[in-house]
Design a binder for this molecule. Structure first.
Ligand code: HGY
Ligand code: MN
Ligand code: MN
Length: 406
């Protein structure tokens, strides 16, 4: 069993035939198919599988020790953004299984358990909270609030988990599971093109910018597009438009990033003024002070524009990840291991969020990045060359062998 075989098995699951993008949302049919693939692959590798109360999947290479050794865990996520690429998430899991297959072939005997994790709802594409599975595991999200999170069709996480045969009463912090993990190392496609610029196939993560997601609701009054005089309108689309431009301006002025990638206008008739506009702001900055300034600037403009147009306005944070610096000792050790294996792996920061960033608050974590020649991600055009994926597996294999060796 090698990377190419595993990759080919997973590739068709959840791919939209028209866009070529992936729609692997948590607790849907494609998600169930990904989970079945995970279980099948783990079983073929002789790994014990488990699903925790939050729906995260685990595959364990147990050791005959006395159970006191902490585990080394690797992995990533299988869910996607709407029309996401094939690599964001799955690359880390396929590479993890391929690395374990290679270690097994080489007769490697781990001195401590090795786990492969597939965290659920990393993208927050269905229920809005990014890295939901790892946040719940680490006790960073209130379980009752999580159970009541709703998707676009009003289906709660509670209902979705029940429909998938899981018990949502088990959602919440899992201290025992967390306490058994010594380190977490996540391999991920780079969501930028720094490695390409440096001519390196693999890199090591330095840290993650603080980032978060905010929901803005503008409430106006539906009316006829052809008969309502302009001064009589309460059109929520106008403050939304002003807010989108203000976000871009604030990000430009402050050296940050701000994106409105999801907008829902209700009721959505081409010939009616909207009754409401719901939109989501994704904002990221080099430090949290700058991020606060961006949100304050956007919120001020939104409130003022809403007032001007007689529109109601509310803003609330849906998720937030503070700045992350990955464990320096683990990062340095990985750099040494890769150098010894002949791999030059530059250290680079990223604006993208990851479960490794969430878990970094509780355990030493590290990340390996694999070159993305265009830097495009969250798009069907996301790509990594087979030779670079192979280099990623080689790097991860060396890291697992070092950290879990005798
Ligand atoms: O949105 C992110 O930063 C990540 O790709 N989940
Ligand atoms: Mn992503
Ligand atoms: Mn990802």
């Amino acid at each position: 069993m090698n990377f190419a075989e595993l990759w080919a098995e997973l590739l068709p699951v959840g791919r939209d035939e028209h866009t070529g993008g992936y729609r692997r949302y948590s607790w849907t049919e494609p998600d169930a198919a990904c989970r079945a693939w995970f279980a099948r692959t783990a079983a073929r590798l002789g790994l014990r599988t488990d699903c925790d109360g939050n729906g995260n999947l685990w595959a364990w290479w147990d050791t005959p020790g006395n159970g006191a050794e902490s585990a080394l865990v690797t992995g990533s996520h299988l869910d996607s953004v709407p029309d996401g690429g094939a690599f964001d998430g799955p690359l880390g899991i396929v590479s993890a299984f391929a690395a374990i297959a290679q270690l097994r072939n080489e007769g490697f005997r781990p001195a401590r358990p090795i786990g492969v994790a597939a965290f659920t709802e990393e993208e927050g594409a269905r229920f809005g909270v990014a890295c939901l599975g790892s946040r719940l595991l680490a006790g960073l999200v209130d379980p009752a609030g999580a159970r009541d999170l709703r998707d676009q069709d009003g289906i709660s996480l509670d209902m979705a988990m029940r429909a998938a045969g899981r018990d949502p009463a088990l959602i919440g912090q899992d201290e025992k599971l967390l306490a058994g993990i010594g380190e977490y190392v996540e391999l991920h496609i780079e969501q930028g093109s720094v490695l390409d610029g440096l001519g390196a196939a693999v890199g090591v993560a330095d840290g993650i910018w603080p980032h978060g997601r905010w929901r803005l609701d503008f409430t106006g009054r539906a009316d006829h597009a052809g008969t309502t005089r302009l001064p009589d309108r309460r059109d929520p689309m106008l403050p939304f438009a002003a807010t989108a431009l203000a976000a871009r301006q604030a990000a430009t002025d402050l050296g940050a990033l701000a994106t409105f990638g999801k907008v829902i206008a209700e009721p959505g008739a081409a010939n009616a003024i909207s009754s409401s506009v719901h939109c989501w702001l994704d904002a990221r900055a080099p430090d949290s002070k700058v991020l606060d300034l961006v949100i304050a600037a956007v919120s001020d403009v939104a409130a003022e524009a809403a007032g001007m147009h007689g529109v109601g306005f509310e803003l609330r944070q849906e998720s937030f990840t503070p700045a992350v610096s990955f464990d320096p000792a683990l990062r340095d050790r990985i750099a040494v291991v890769l150098a010894a294996a002949g791999q030059r792996a530059p250290v680079l920061p990223t604006g993208a969020g990851h479960d490794a960033g969430v878990l970094a608050a509780r355990i030493p974590t590290a990340m390996l990045f694999v070159r993305n020649p265009t830097g495009v991600s969250h798009s069907p055009a996301e790509h990594a060359e087979p030779a670079d994926c192979k280099a990623g597996v080689t790097a991860l294999t060396a890291v697992l062998a070092d950290l879990a060796g005798q």
